[in-house]
Write a protein that binds this ligand. Structure first.
Ligand SMILES: [Zn+2]
Length: 455
């Protein structure tokens, strides 16, 4: 396969500044229940790919579904790129790579029948439905996807990478008095092993448990509080509120952000370190090469409170004269790569959880996230759960905990960084490519003067 793609690229190489083919052969399973009804249970095999060309700075992207179309699509991509290219092509230099990246496999989901997987999802789903009469509906899903992606470009790179993603999601919706609705959610992800989806009874039930607990909790009283984020929410915060701003395609197009995000500028308290690390083993955002054939890396976005690096594809690195970082990622070979995060995290600090909350007279402990939005520097997150902190102790549960603020203000209002750290799987959306597997990580993080909205 690689040889056929290489031959095709070399045939057309002289006709554009840059040319690449990505092709993915995949097999996947998807099962989902909604309430007590089976929504879907299917297996799918596909071969699909895309050709990307760049000429005089103009890009094109064309998809294909069979190798017989390949030459026509190459022609098409080259002529489209020539139509839009009016400047110069600026791609950061990288070395040509030839490599095969095999899967590290535990229990292979491809050897397990659709019926066995469906029965397990159904059993989990029944646990949610049976948890409490106030559970009104559920959504339970399982998905696995194995793919091998070939990447060949006109600069001599030829890489084949195998990848497996196994994921499960469990949601419960509870309805209480006066039509009040609360939800709870739990998810799992593995890059190698079906067994990560087995024996999840307690974790599945915890989704229903959280929905019911929120139903019974009183709404938080709105105001400014010292807030402690749990590791999940701290990770989501750093991904959503800060990580997306570090994506160089966004910075490049935005003069205000270029000013705010000058490398070398202090943007946070000195103890804060933020990484985007694709080299960690077995997490959703882990990879050896990105979708432009650039070797993946561990990068410090913030080091000792100072902005040190941002996330690049080859073009943004070339145009901004910075080093490429291996952050060009596509949802599949049928999409063009965009600048994306991988595993993004706040590095742990030195405080225990007890120390972190010990001197808070009245504060809010915000746990997980169920929704949120960002707009430039501003963010709003809805915590999935909340608890009051009173006299240095976790007190009663509260609901409707939404946190609003300016990301740069918040980064300097951090008061303590926990010595714990957890990576949680997530799905990132950008440019219509969602959910891209990523993870978010962090310790407990304490922030002063956060605006907490209640009901
Ligand atoms: Zn995202």
């Amino acid at each position: 396969m690689a040889d056929r793609l290489r031959e095709a690229v070399s045939t057309y190489r002289d006709r554009a500044d840059y040319l690449e083919i990505r092709l993915e052969q995949s097999e996947s399973t998807a099962i989902s229940f909604r309430g007590d009804r089976l929504d879907a249970a299917n297996r799918n095999f596909s071969l699909a790919g895309g050709v990307r060309a760049c000429h005089k700075g103009g890009w094109s992207f064309v998809t294909f579904n069979g190798l017989d179309e390949l030459h026509d699509r190459l022609e098409e991509a080259i002529s489209q790129a020539k139509l839009v290219g009016t400047e110069t092509t600026q791609l950061a230099e990288i070395e040509a790579i030839e490599d095969f990246v095999p899967l590290e496999l535990g229990r292979d989901p491809r050897g397990i029948s659709l019926a066995e997987k469906r029965d397990l999802v159904e059993r989990y789903n029944q646990l949610l439905l049976a948890y409490d009469p106030r559970i009104q509906t559920t959504s339970s899903s399982y998905r696995d996807r194995f793919g091998v992606t070939y990447f060949v470009n006109s600069a001599g790179t030829c890489i084949a990478q195998e990848r497996l993603d196994i994921s499960g999601g469990f949601g419960a919706i509870a309805r209480g008095e006066g039509g009040l609705v609360r939800q709870g959610y739990e998810s799992v992800h593995s890059r190698s092993d079906y067994n990560a989806f087995v024996d999840l009874e307690d974790r599945v039930r915890s989704a229903a448990e959280r929905a019911i607990r929120q139903l019974e909790a009183k709404s938080v009283k709105g105001g400014q509080y010292t807030v402690v984020l749990d590791p999940y929410l701290a990770g989501v915060f750093i991904h959503e509120a800060f990580g997306h701003l570090s994506e160089a395609d966004f910075v490049y197009e935005n003069p205000r952000m270029q000013e705010l995000l000058q490398l070398g500028k202090a943007v946070a308290i000195e103890q804060l370190n933020v990484v985007d690390d694709a080299t960690l083993n077995g997490l959703p955002g882990s990879l050896k090469y990105d979708d432009e054939g650039v070797r993946a890396q561990r990068k410090y976005l913030i080091k000792n409170g100072v902005l040190t690096q941002r996330l690049h594809n080859r073009e943004t690195a070339g145009k901004m004269n910075e080093a490429p970082t291996g952050n060009a990622r596509a949802l599949s070979a049928s999409y063009p790569p965009l600048v994306r995060m991988t595993n993004t995290a706040i590095e742990p600090g030195d405080r225990s959880f007890a120390e972190t909350i010990a001197d808070i007279d009245e504060g809010v402990y915000a746990v997980r996230m169920i929704g949120g939005q960002t707009n430039g520097e501003m963010f709003t997150f809805a915590a999935a759960e909340g608890y009051m902190i009173r006299d240095g102790q976790i007190a009663e549960p509260v609901s409707d905990v939404t946190l609003t603020g300016n990301v740069f203000q918040t980064l300097t209002d951090i008061e303590a960084i926990g010595n714990d750290s957890v990576y949680t799987n997530g799905g990132c959306g950008k440019g219509g490519q969602s959910p891209l597997p990523v993870s978010v990580g962090g310790p407990h993080v304490r922030i002063k003067d956060v605006v907490v909205g209640g009901r």
